[in-house]
Design a protein around this ligand. Structure first.
Ligand SMILES: [Zn+2]
Length: 126
C-alpha cells in the first residue's frame, strides 16, 4: 500500500498530504532530469507541491506520512530549489480575501480555486 493512496480528508478540499504525485504535471520542469524522474517514481518518498512550490520528504509513522521535511537543495544536482511559497499562500489569502484560517470548514469554502494549484503564484509573478 502506498502512503499516497490515502487521499484528502473526505469533504475537505485541503489536506496536508494531498496525493500530489498523481497530480504531477509531466510538463513541469524541475531542476534536473533526475528530479523529474524521481518525483514520478512511487517508490521514492519525495513530494512536490505545486500549490506551495515546495519539495518535501514525508516522514512516516506506522507507514503513514505524519509530517513533511522540506528540502532546499536537489539531492541529485545540488541546485538550490525555489523558495517555498507556503507562507505567502496564507498571507495572500488573508490580505486579498480576508481568509485568516483556511483550515476552518467555513473559510475553506471561500478559498478561490487558483489556490489549489500553482496558478495563484504564477499569476502574481512570485
Ligand atoms: Zn536537480
Amino acid at each position: 500500500m502506498s502512503i499516497f493512496s490515502k487521499g484528502p480528508i473526505p469533504g475537505r478540499k485541503l489536506s496536508i498530504f494531498l496525493p500530489e504525485k498523481k497530480k504531477l504535471n509531466p510538463q513541469q520542469i524541475h531542476c534536473c532530469a533526475s528530479m523529474n524522474i524521481f518525483l514520478q517514481d512511487k517508490r521514492m518518498f519525495l513530494n512536490y507541491s505545486s500549490t506551495y512550490r515546495e519539495y518535501d520528504i514525508p516522514l512516516l509513522y506506522k507507514r503513514q506520512a505524519t509530517a513533511l521535511q522540506g528540502i532546499t537543495y536537489c539531492p541529485w544536482c545540488s541546485k538550490k530549489l525555489p523558495k517555498s511559497l507556503r507562507h505567502e499562500w496564507f498571507v495572500i489569502l488573508e490580505k486579498e480575501y480576508g481568509i485568516n484560517d483556511p483550515f476552518d470548514r467555513e473559510q475553506e469554502k471561500l478559498i478561490p480555486e487558483e489556490f489549489n494549484s500553482d496558478e495563484w503564484w504564477k499569476k502574481r509573478g512570485l
